[in-house]
Design a binder for this molecule. Structure first.
Ligand code: AMP
Ligand code: GLY
Length: 423
């Protein structure tokens, strides 16, 4: 099978690494890819949102499956583009159609979906410029801290949590009147604050059947002890130790089943990954968000724990025979530590030479923001490289990740030294 992956991060490298192990794979392309994917597949310099160029490439190379990494092309309708094109409509795309991708593209849509299907989540109301006054009144009724969310995609920055009522009102005005997040904040969702510990559950569905993939916990803040600015993710562990059988049972019954059923009831075709962001409040799971793709860096710990042939699994998604797959999960824990450019998530420099990659032992290197320049690996983004290791528990796995991260070096390199600190 000839497969094209869309994307260029650690997530896409991890997917490529796993697909590459399949005897069913005959050719693997990544658009646009990074230095890591270039080493195991062929990178194609096409943007993930350039659907016409993707079409030309898919037809010319007789691609038989497209796996979509990031949300952007899904929200922009890449799957629909394939289905509506007479030459492309037989080629499976892994990732939901635009209508279902709205679960990530609009927080209001996601909240309405959860309400309709009685999926536990924070109480909320949404507001626009037209009812700003009501929004301020709603804030007055809530207890602090106040959670304000831009409705649309805002590159992970659209959620603001404030403890002061006056500041929360000011923020609401900045979002609605001053378009703080552009059109993404034309509607703002105000939510009840949920106090608890976060985890993520990943589900693969063919629209009819589903499989629950390993859980993961991601560390989003730049600073140790979960301080400082939000990033795309500084590290992850899988499985999440507190997600025991009883808790997973609640998640499956109260959240996963109604989500998959709800997609069917609402006529939202879905073949792909569902990333459910959760908070454990007391002993109960509540949904904070849906993403319509895998997480990054969660993929770098989830995918290495899946023992099955991923080509076979994704074919089952495409053929709607996922019920026939017996999912096998590695008992070991996996951890990943992300190295990032100095200054990230603010401004940072690129093109720094990375050394020490060859010295990595007993760990997997997943490239994120890297590129090959004259045969040398250089930095090309904020998040640069994730080092994934296995262990009998997450502590043992982390030791190996950290031992190897210490061998890597580039000017300004930074990483969090306390992944898993809260467990
Ligand atoms: P989101 O983009 O919806 O995942 O929100 C980003 C982050 O804000 C989450 O990972 C949580 O840490 C936090 N968050 C979002 N919603 C809530 C909530 N209702 N209560 C507490 N924290 C929240
Ligand atoms: N690591 C969080 C995300 O992929 O959205």
């Amino acid at each position: 099978m000839k497969i094209l992956i869309l994307g260029s991060g650690g997530r896409e490298h991890a997917l490529a690494w796993k697909l590459k192990q399949s005897a069913k794979l005959t050719a693997l392309f990544v658009a646009p890819g990074n230095a890591g994917t270039e080493l195991i597949a062929k990178n194609i310099p096409i943007s993930v949102n350039d659907f016409d160029a993707i079409k030309d490439f898919v037809l010319s190379r007789e691609i038989e499956m497209v796996v979509v990494g990031p949300e952007d092309p899904l929200v922009n309708g890449v799957h629909d583009f394939f289905l509506e094109d007479g030459q492309l409509n037989k080629i499976p795309v892994i990732g939901p159609q635009k209508a279902a991708a709205t679960l990530e593209g609009s927080k209001e849509f996601a909240k309405e979906f959860m309400m309709r299907h009685k999926i536990p989540t924070a109480q909320y109301q949404s507001f626009t410029k037209a009812n700003l006054e009501k929004g301020c009144y709603f804030l007055e009724q809530l207890k602090p801290p106040y959670v304000l969310k831009a409705d649309g995609l805002a590159a992970g920055k659209g959620v603001v949590i404030l403890s002061d009522l006056e500041e929360a009102k000011k923020e609401l005005k900045a979002m609605l009147l001053d378009k703080k997040f552009g059109d993404a904040s034309a509607t703002v969702v105000i939510e009840e604050f949920l106090d608890g510990i976060e985890l993520s559950v990943f589900v693969l569905t063919d629209g009819e059947n589903y499989k629950i993939l390993p859980t993961a916990k991601d560390y989003k803040r730049i600073g140790e002890g979960d301080t400082g600015l939000n990033t795309g993710g500084m590290g992850a562990i899988s499985p999440v130790p507190f997600a025991d059988k009883a808790f997973m049972h609640k998640i499956e019954e109260r959240i996963v089943k109604p989500t998959v059923e709800g997609l069917k009831t609402d006529n939202l075709p879905y073949k792909g990954f569902i990333f459910i962001g959760l908070i454990k409040v007391g002993d109960d799971p509540k949904v904070i968000e849906y993403n319509v793709r895998m997480g990054d860096p969660e993929t770098e710990v989830v995918v290495p724990r899946v023992k099955n042939d991923l080509v076979e699994v994704l074919q089952a998604v495409a053929n709607q025979t996922l019920n026939e797959i017996d999912l096998q999960i590695d008992e070991r824990s996996a951890t990943t530590v992300m190295t990032v450019s100095g200054g990230y998530p603010g401004t940072y420099e690129k093109e720094k030479e990375i050394t020490g990659i060859d010295a990595i032992e007993d760990a997997i290197v997943f490239h994120a923001g890297t590129k090959l320049v004259d045969g040398k690996v250089r930095t090309n983004g904020g998040r640069v490289m994730a080092i994934t290791s296995y262990g009998k528990d997450f502590k043992e796995a982390l030791k190996t990740s950290y031992k190897n991260v210490a061998k890597l070096s580039f000017e300004g390199m930074n990483y969090r030294k306390d992944i898993g600190f809260d467990l």
